[in-house]
Ligand binder design. Structure first.
Ligand SMILES: CC(=O)SCCNC(=O)CCNC(=O)[C@H](O)C(C)(C)COP(=O)(O)OP(=O)(O)OC[C@H]1O[C@@H](n2cnc3c(N)ncnc32)[C@H](O)[C@@H]1OP(=O)(O)O
Ligand SMILES: CC(C)C(=O)C(=O)O
Length: 558
């Protein structure tokens, strides 16, 4: 049998019984380092060319990144050329430090420094694998042998730097496959590298802990980070950075718990591009902070541009459900969600809340340049609240609650029939066709109302009704209903009626909504006119005209 879980063994967590990280809270942004141009790039089907790299670099700078790993210049000519371009064309802002990656091999380190010649400041990032699997199966070396690679690499990094004294150098070391490394051994290797670099003299030294492959639940990773931070000899002299991957889908969660466990800095990529399932997604991690009221120190306000550049440079699409950024992540199709969003937004406006707390919308989509239009979209899963929101928001049509249901029923039917989404324009067209369109023959041209013996007597001149309709009742609407009942020999019940003045003054507008029950069917209409009486009378005629349109000819005795 191929699909056999017994082939795998559970990850053995470290023993840490006095962990403190679960009680910590993240209260400020970490130092960020983008590795889009290196780890992101090395995972692409088509690695970025110099033009794509330049475009990505500009975006990263614009967003506020202060440390950017720009490539592996000893690995390929485009990477080398790109680093040269940044330096010779002076494209690196004063407050931005570029970083490059190299293996702990002298020729690669030498070539890396060649690429960096002339940089005002730069971080040289050297790595080697330390995990048991890599030691035994890839390098065929014992612990001492692997530590020797790290220390020798650190030594070359320091020595070559001395040949370029005009540059302000920072050094970074990664015990690659840290999560598969015995923790006391990871500490031992890093202590040795740090001793080589002497951060106590003021040099910026970063120890970067990679979950090169995500192997455990994020809490186990946090235990590893806490253990490491507690036991590192010169903890206070170095910056602890995390570099998580997303193999189990928890790259961001692991990074967050790792920050709680004592790390200072996070490496990741925009929207999570990177090896296999990708690197830790900085957009998600940053927006997670933002949504908690913490300044992420990165600007995500133009998410559209971020997506455009990432898709252009990686040639990979961003998923519609991608956290914070995907096309559909601020959109509700389902009825109860739409209803709650509509009420919650209106509650917000009415109560002038100065903080954001809207049902189903963890942030205000407008903060990242998303339109409110997309928040509610209509299909067969939607309810009256969503349809009402669209008519109100896009066309200024406010419906009474009972009428929302009538309109929603029509929209739902259309959506079920088409099996697809119904756009705002289609909703408006359905609304006009079923509720507000007024046939020529049913236009109210004039009316006369007078009271006789406590009863309103009405004469109604309607385009297609000769002679004029005549009826009586306690009010104008009842008089017109009576007139129609007489002429068409039907019984009519007014089951809903609402009218409202929309504007005031000389060009005032009134709106009336009515539902008539005729032979067990409901016919609803909405109309607007200069005054409330005209609007109400026209609404009756409009609703009745719908009955006439549908009723079999033999039922119409007029
Ligand atoms: C987890 C990560 O993402 S790490 C970054 C990985 N990124 C990349 O590899 C992208 C760019 N890499 C490359 O273009 C190439 O691998 C190069 C240019 C760096 C090296 O190329 P090559 O030397 O031709 O090939 P390759 O990478 O297979 O070299 C493997 C050799 O380097 C050794 N090696 C691998 N990593 C390291 C390291 N970090 N430090 C020292 N030696 C290393 C291996 O043991 C192996 O040695 P061997 O030849 O004695 O068996
Ligand atoms: C070089 C290191 C930081 C790396 O990319 C990884 O381990 O994933």
């Amino acid at each position: 049998m191929m699909f056999d879980h017994r082939k795998y063994r559970p990850f053995t967590p470290i023993r840490l019984t006095d962990r403190t990280w679960p009680d910590q809270q993240i209260t400020q942004a970490p130092l960020w380092c983008s590795v889009d141009l290196r780890d992101g790039n090395q995972a692409l089907i088509n690695p970025m060319n110099v033009e794509q790299k330049t475009r990505m670099f500009s975006l990263l700078v614009k967003m506020g990144f202060k440390e950017i790993e720009v490539g592996f210049p000893s690995a390929s000519q485009p990477d080398f050329d790109f680093v040269r371009k940044l330096i010779t064309e002076e494209l690196i802002p004063e407050d931005v430090t570029i970083q490059i990656l190299t293996q702990a091999r002298e020729e690669l380190i030498a070539r890396s420094y060649e690429a960096l010649e002339g940089a005002k400041k730069a971080i040289v990032h050297v790595y080697n694998s330390t995990s048991k699997v890599q030691r035994e199966q890839v390098f065929g070396l014992d612990r001492d042998g692997i530590k020797a690679i790290a220390v020798q690499g650190a030594k070359w990094v320091r020595e070559y730097a001395e040949a370029y004294p005009q540059t302000e150098w920072g050094f970074q070391y990664s015990p690659e496959s840290f999560t598969g490394t015995e923790m006391e051994y990871a500490v031992e290797v890093c202590d040795a590298v740090i001793a080589e670099w002497q951060p106590e003299t003021g040099r910026r030294v970063i120890i970067n802990l990679p979950a090169t492959v995500e192997m455990s639940t994020p809490n186990v990773f946090a235990d590893q980070v806490e253990y490491f931070c507690r036991n590192l000899r010169q903890r206070s002299d170095v910056i602890i950075s995390l570099h998580t991957h997303n193999d189990r889908g928890c790259g961001v969660a692991a990074a967050e718990l790792g920050l709680m466990a004592g790390a200072d800095r996070l490496e990741g990529t925009l929207l999570g591009n990177g090896e296999r399932t990708g690197n830790m997604d900085i957009v998600t991690a940053g927006m997670n902070l933002y949504s908690q009221g913490i300044d992420p120190k990165l600007d995500f306000s133009n998410i559209k541009e971020i997506i455009e550049v990432v898709e252009y440079c990686t040639e990979l699409p961003v998923a519609a459900r991608h956290p914070w950024a995907g096309e559909l992540v601020y959109t509700a199709f389902s009825g109860s969600h739409q209803d709650a969003i509509r009420k919650s937004i209106s509650y917000h406006e009415q109560h002038h809340l100065n903080h954001w707390e809207v049902a189903y919308l963890p942030i205000d989509p407008r903060d990242i340049g998303r339109e409110y239009e997309a928040v509610v979209r209509i299909n067969s899963q939607s309810g009256k609240g969503g349809v009402a929101l669209i008519l109100e928001r896009d066309y200024g049509i406010c419906l009474p609650k009972w009428m929302q249901s009538e309109v929603s029923r029509v929209v739902q039917k259309a959506s079920e029939k088409s099996g697809s989404e119904i756009t705002s324009l289609q909703i408006k067209a359905l609304f006009d066709q079923h509720f507000s369109h007024l046939a020529e023959a049913w236009q109210l041209q004039a009316y006369d109302l007078h009271t006789e013996a406590g009863c309103v007597q009405g004469v109604f001149k309607v385009a297609g009704q000769l002679p004029p309709l005549q009826g009586q009742g306690t009010g104008a609407v009842e008089a017109l209903v009576h007139a129609l009942e007489k002429r068409y020999a039907v019984s009519i019940q007014v089951i809903h009626f609402d009218e409202s003045a929309l504007t005031q003054g000389t060009d005032a507008q009134a709106q009336a909504c009515i539902a008539l029950q005729i032979q067990d069917e409901n016919y609803a209409a909405i109309t607007r006119a200069e005054d409330t009486s005209a609007a109400a009378l026209q609404a009756v005629l409009s609703a009745f005209s719908r009955y006439v349109q549908q009723a079999p000819a033999q039922d119409l005795s007029a």
